[in-house]
Design a binder for this molecule. Structure first.
Ligand code: FAD
Length: 383
């Protein structure tokens, strides 16, 4: 069901993108993703060119082989990708909204020409290294350092929880310099730059998450992103990725909801479909409302973004509200499925576990709450 018919407000082009991505997910992702989750793998090299061919990598960026689509079109694509799996949407977000967007926003002409067309085509994979083992919510206090040595830069430090880290051809790494925080384009294979994967995750298993280690990594002068200094650099990219999550969460929630509706109609107990019991209907009605509201929030923020009017507070509002809504929907859907809800035969618990990561990354729910708290009171409460 979609009682509010939010998608009726999409343009023909936006609906076409929705249908294309939905078909990709149905054919290429849905039949296989439980297996990837179970095995803790993600076939990035296989999927990246397919995603690139559809224009989904750096979809909202202009030039350099990128599709140059609207924010709403990008959001709709994120929603459909995350209905498949949050790991798939994370791959596309990190590639387009974080790594490519950093190079696109702040990079030199040479950096853009070297990396963006290959990344848009899915021939090169990117990652974005901001978080560190001891610095998560407070990246402004990062420990990774870059010092000048003649015209070169030398980087030392460790980044943690980096999506696509070990499979990336290029890492955008943020480091403290004497001038403030700066971004560096670090190609894989640079001496002193190594990666290791994080194992035993019970969330986002169909996604590669890695540690990046930089030991005296020497980079030429041209490796620094010339266009930005300070925390506003990485935060500008995070705003883009958070925007995608506002939509993506709706997709994950919808997949859980649709599964619960289907199950409620076919599963019988006490001689009747469980969907005929009032308690089950109450759950389904509540899920419909939660997802309808989340869908409206996503579309509203998307239209604001396309008009060039969106604020960081609105992005925090959307990320916080929609991920929470999706997680609540997933948990309710899980109960509708009873014991079957805990297996990978159904997508519900996979989405539910994934959404725990989505609640934490790109700014935790607490940090976004503080952003809103500051907007409401004018009083920052971070420390
Ligand atoms: P901490 O900052 O240590 O926070 C722990 C708890 O304390 C949280 O509940 C937090 O909200 C709370 N807290 C912290 N400060 C405050 C405060 N002032 N007031 C109230 N509460 C507070 N990072 C990248 O750079 N690139 C990536 O590609 C990337 N991918 C990720 C993929 C996955 C699967 C995961 C799980 C994380 C990823 N991250 C990535 C890291 C992610 O952004 C961080 O985990 C996140 O910013 C939180 O940092 P932390 O885990 O160190 O938690």
């Amino acid at each position: 069901m979609d009682v509010l018919r939010v998608d009726d407000r999409l343009s023909d082009e936006e609906r076409m993108i929705r249908d294309t991505v939905r078909a990709l997910v149905a054919e290429r992702i849905a039949p296989r993703v439980a297996g990837w989750f179970d095995a803790g793998t993600f076939p990035a090299r296989e999927l990246a060119p397919e995603l690139g061919k559809l224009g989904l990598l750096g979809m909202h960026l202009r030039g350099y082989g990128c599709a140059g689509m609207s924010a709403v079109a990008y959001g709709v694509a994120c929603r459909e990708l995350e209905a498949g799996d949050s790991g798939l949407r994370s791959f596309v977000s990190v590639q387009g909204s974080l790594a490519m967007s950093a190079i696109h926003k702040y990079g030199s002409e040479e950096q853009k020409a070297e990396w963006l067309p290959r990344m848009a085509a899915g021939e090169a994979i990117g990652c974005f290294g901001l978080t560190e083992p001891d610095r998560g919510s407070d990246p402004g206090d990062m420990l990774t350092r870059a010092r000048r040595d003649g015209s070169d830069w030398v980087l030392n430090g460790t980044k943690m929880w980096i999506t696509n880290g070990s499979i990336a051809d290029v890492a955008v790494v943020w480091a403290r310099t004497d001038e403030g925080i700066r971004g560096f384009v670090v190609p894989a294979g640079t001496p002193g730059f190594t990666t290791g994967d994080i194992h035993q995750k019970l969330s986002l298993r169909a996604s590669v998450t890695s540690e990046l280690v930089l030991e005296d990594v020497r980079l030429p002068a041209g490796a620094v992103l010339p266009g930005v200094t300070g925390l506003k650099g990485p935060l500008g990219c995070l705003s883009e990725a958070r925007y995608g999550i506002i939509w993506g969460a709706v997709g994950a929630g919808r997949s859980c909801y649709e599964t619960a509706v289907g199950y409620a109609k076919s599963r019988e107990q006490f001689g009747k479909p469980i969907g005929s019991f009032q308690l089950t209907q109450e759950k389904l009605a509540w899920m419909e409302i939660a997802l309808g509201q989340a869908g409206l929030v996503a579309l509203h923020i998307g239209r604001l973004k396309d008009a060039g009017e969106v604020t960081p507070q609105q992005i925090s509002f959307g990320k916080l509200a929609n991920v929470r809504a999706a997680l609540d929907v997933a948990r309710q859907a899980r109960t509708v499925l009873g014991a079957n809800g805990i297996t990978l035969e159904y997508p519900v618990i996979r989405h539910m576990n994934n959404l725990e990561s989505v609640l934490t990354y790109e700014g935790t729910q607490e940090i976004h709450t503080l952003v809103l708290g500051q907007a409401i009171t004018g009083l920052p409460a971070y420390r």
